[in-house]
Write a protein that binds this ligand. Structure first.
Ligand code: ZN
Length: 364
């Protein structure tokens, strides 16, 4: 979709019907113009089309993220505010919309960002990768979790950040122990192998792209177990956690990113209403953060004398999947359907918001 002088001059990119031959897109002109409808929102004229393959009718709005949304153009502001650490409640107050609207938009943006990523992901690793988990929590300290993060050593491109629920361990007061036991009795344990499973998922993906490259991790047992459990062909180097994490430490890129996370999650955790702490919301935010950092922002804010492009290249530019910093329209401008993508089991669960281990009810 291209925008010319504010008017949508739309060339339909594909047929919205998932059973149609033209659903995955085509170079041929598969549609005919079919009149237009007047609307009460800009651009006030909605071009209608008919598919020559299957005969269904659709309109220019079908491809817009604000499709069937009462308030248009909110999504972009919501994304920027949320990615800069503002809570959903604060955003809702600022934009004078319901909190549910904010939640709804973030959910849809997260899905669309996954579809965008599927089409714009490096096929081959051109650098080494650092991998580690960032510990935080959802809902309460009784539900700690890991954000498993794989980041490019040079580009700072976030290849993966996935979520692992953890069972609370370690030092607790007697009251806390009782509370923790009560929760376990009511809900059961969180999956005990999640860090291993998520690591395996990420390593399999990196391994497909990473021949000849090195993966740096710390000495976490789940990591070495995952590496040993299949024919992992990348080089692996485990860095002792006793080694200082300064700029010369191969795991330093992880620390830099986790500093950003710390800021982001601390502000997210100020929320007091439990439904905002459902795992789904957190996972959707880390998915969005991946796209936001990789494609929509420079690698670093400040100039860096050793890395002349750090302040004007995005991580995606370093790894060759973008040729400029992308704006909202370029990433989210054309709405896509899940049926257009070959999603794995994990991605399907993400799109459907299925989190079997969650202890919290999801608000629709
Ligand atoms: Zn069709």
């Amino acid at each position: 979709m291209s925008k010319i002088s504010g008017q949508l001059q739309l060339i339909p990119p594909y047929c919205p019907n998932s059973r149609c031959l033209f659903h995955l897109g085509t170079n041929s002109k598969f549609y005919i113009k079919n009149g237009f409808a007047l609307t009460d929102k800009p651009p006030f004229r909605n071009q209608r089309f008919k598919c020559r393959g299957c005969g269904i009718q659709f309109s220019a709005n079908t491809f817009n993220l604000d499709f069937r949304k009462r308030v248009v153009s909110l999504s972009e502001q919501i994304l920027h505010y949320s990615m800069n650490g503002m809570s959903n409640n604060s955003i809702a107050r600022l934009l004078k919309v319901a909190e549910g609207t904010v939640r709804d938009r973030l959910k849809e943006l997260a899905r669309q960002s996954l579809f965008f990523e599927k089409e714009n992901y490096p096929k081959k690793l051109t650098e080494d990768v650092a991998y580690d988990g960032f510990e935080t929590f959802t809902h309460s300290q009784y539900s700690p979790c890991y954000i498993n993060t794989a980041v490019g050593s040079h580009s700072m491109f976030i290849y993966h950040n996935t979520f692992s629920p953890l069972n609370r361990k370690g030092r607790m007061t007697l009251d806390q122990k009782i509370q923790n036991q009560n929760l376990i009795q009511k809900h059961g344990f969180y999956p005990r192998d999640s860090v291993y499973e998520e690591t395996l998922y990420i390593l399999r993906d990196l391994d497909l792209r990473g021949a000849g490259r090195t993966l740096y991790t710390d000495e976490h047992k789940s990591y070495s177990r995952a590496i040993r459990s299949f024919d992992f062909r990348m080089d692996h180097e485990a860095i002792s956690s006793k080694v200082r994490r300064d700029a010369s430490n191969p795991l330093f890129p992880i620390n830099r990113l986790h500093n950003l996370y710390r800021h982001f999650f601390s502000s997210q955790q100020r929320e007091t209403i439990s439904f905002q702490k459902h795992e789904a919301a957190l996972i959707e935010k880390i998915q969005l953060m991946k796209i936001y950092r990789n494609f929509m922002n420079p690698k670093f804010v400040k100039k860096n004398k050793y890395d002349p492009h750090a302040h004007d290249w995005s991580p995606a530019m370093y790894v060759g999947v973008a040729n400029r910093i992308l704006n909202f329209e370029e990433i989210f401008g054309t709405r896509k359907f899940k049926t257009q993508f070959d999603l794995d089991a994990k991605e399907k669960q993400f799109v459907a918001r299925i989190y079997p281990y969650s202890r919290h009810k999801m608000m629709a």
